[in-house]
Every structure is written in C-alpha cells, then in structure tokens.
Write a protein that binds this ligand. Structure first.
Ligand SMILES: [Zn+2]
Length: 252
C-alpha cells in the first residue's frame, strides 16, 4: 500500500482510512465507532477486528480489496465482543488469530454476544445472521506470535488481561520518525469514553496490562484504541492511573 486514499465516493467527507505508518492504517466504523486496523505487507494483508455484522465485514472486504488490490490473508481478533468479531465470516480463507482462550469464550458466549448486539442497536436480523455464522479462531496465540506479512513483521501479543480475559494486541514495529511503532490496543484502551468494563473484565490486572502496552509501543508509539482517536503514551499512562483509581487497585 503506497498510500491510503479514500475508497468512498464524493460527499463521503473524505477518506475513511487514516494512515498511521507506511502500510498501516485504521478506520472508525459508523456503528459504535469501533476501530478496524489494516497492515499491508508485500505478501499478506492483515485486518484487526471485523466489526459488528456480516454486512459491515463485507463492506470492509470490498474496501480493502479496492485499496490494496489484494484479499485479506490474516485476521486478528483483539477480543470476543460482538462489535469486533461478528464480521469475520465475510473473509473466507483468511487465517483467524485469537488469544488461546478466545475459542472457548466465543463458543460459550454466542447467545450473550447476540443479545449484546441487539441491545447496542444492531439490526436484530443482521445480528442473528452474524451470530449464526460466527467464526472461531483458527490460530491460537499463547503469549506472543510473530506474523511476517513480507517486509512488515507484526507481533501479536497477549500483554495481559483487562477489558476481557482474552485481550490480544497487534504491534507493528516502526523504523523511525516517519515510520512510528503502531499498537492496536483493542478495548484495553478507549478514547471516546471511559473504558467499558463488564462482567468479563479483569480490573485487578488491567492497569498492569497497560504498562505492558507502554513497554511494547514505547514513548513515541501510536496507540490505537478500540473506540476513539489515536492516542500517545501519555494518554495511556493517564488511562492506567484512572483505571487503578476506578477499581481501587492503585498502590497506597
Ligand atoms: Zn469490547
């Protein structure tokens, strides 16, 4: 991907893909402002999360194919919530990576995810269709896995638990100021609101996991939240402190 330009027609308000580094981009979906990440190497095309419905997944597939001239070869699911995984079936043939416990989580929670999708405003028929076609990971990540997309190595890291028990982040190492390290954080980081913590969150470990993310991305890293604008290391430290305060895990 030489550059990331608009795949939308006139009147769409400009490009929906935001370039973060050479071959690295993200877009924000209109529904729930969920982040979709894109990493393009010479051999492979990796998508981070797949949005809330098959229809959204199909839209993404068409956009990525128009943008890169290639099909998605790798999908990384940052965690199991419906707005990050329900579009996966729109990418047949792609290898699907998830933290090693994600498979079991998706098997157990399918009905809960469907109910959540409807509760958060997804069209019920679309939600049913997506839940029925839910794709389980084909590749389990324990600790860390390296993926070589060709001239663009990527690290998939379970940096710890927090937002869920199965959080996985995508680190795209940079090579200098014009090629910053990019970390796709999933919902471990949220910019558009307070991080969502449900029954499946792990509040006690969440602040420590953000420290691990800071170690991965460094001081000049660009951190892409699951929802909201791209943030920096300073924002991550502030969110870590706010979470520690909120959950009462701050050191006394
Ligand atoms: Zn989530």
């Amino acid at each position: 991907m030489e550059s990331v330009e608009s795949t939308e027609g006139p009147g769409s308000g400009g490009s929906v893909w935001e370039q973060l580094a050479p071959g690295v981009a993200r877009r924000r979906m209109p529904h729930l402002d969920v982040t979709i990440g894109l990493v393009v190497g010479s051999d492979g095309v990796l998508l981070v999360d797949t949005a809330s419905t098959l229809r959204e997944g199909e839209e993404l597939r068409g956009q990525v194919e128009a943008l890169t001239g290639r099909t998605v070869t790798h999908i990384v699911l940052t965690h199991g919530h419906f707005d990050h995984v329900f579009g996966t079936a729109a990418f047949p043939g792609a290898e699907v990576f998830g933290e090693r416990g994600l498979d079991g989580y998706l098997r157990r929670e399918r009905e809960t995810l469907l109910a959540d999708a409807v509760r958060f405003g997804t069209d019920p028929a679309e939600a049913e269709r997506a839940a029925g076609a839910l794709v389980l990971p084909t590749r389990q990540v324990t600790g860390e896995t390296a993926v070589d997309l060709g001239e663009r190595p990527v690290r998939l890291v379970h940096a710890g638990t927090g937002h869920t028990g199965h959080d996985l982040v995508v680190v795209v190492p940079g090579a200098g100021p014009s090629d910053p390290t990019v970390v796709f954080c999933g919902d471990l980081v949220e910019e558009s609101g307070e991080p969502q913590a449900g029954d499946d969150a792990d509040p006690a470990h969440w602040p420590g996991t953000l420290d691990a993310l800071l170690a991965l991305g460094g001081e000049t890293g660009r951190y892409v939240p699951g929802h909201g604008a791209v943030v920096d290391a300073r924002f991550l430290r502030a969110q870590r402190d706010a979470l520690a305060e909120r959950f009462g895990t701050a050191p006394s």
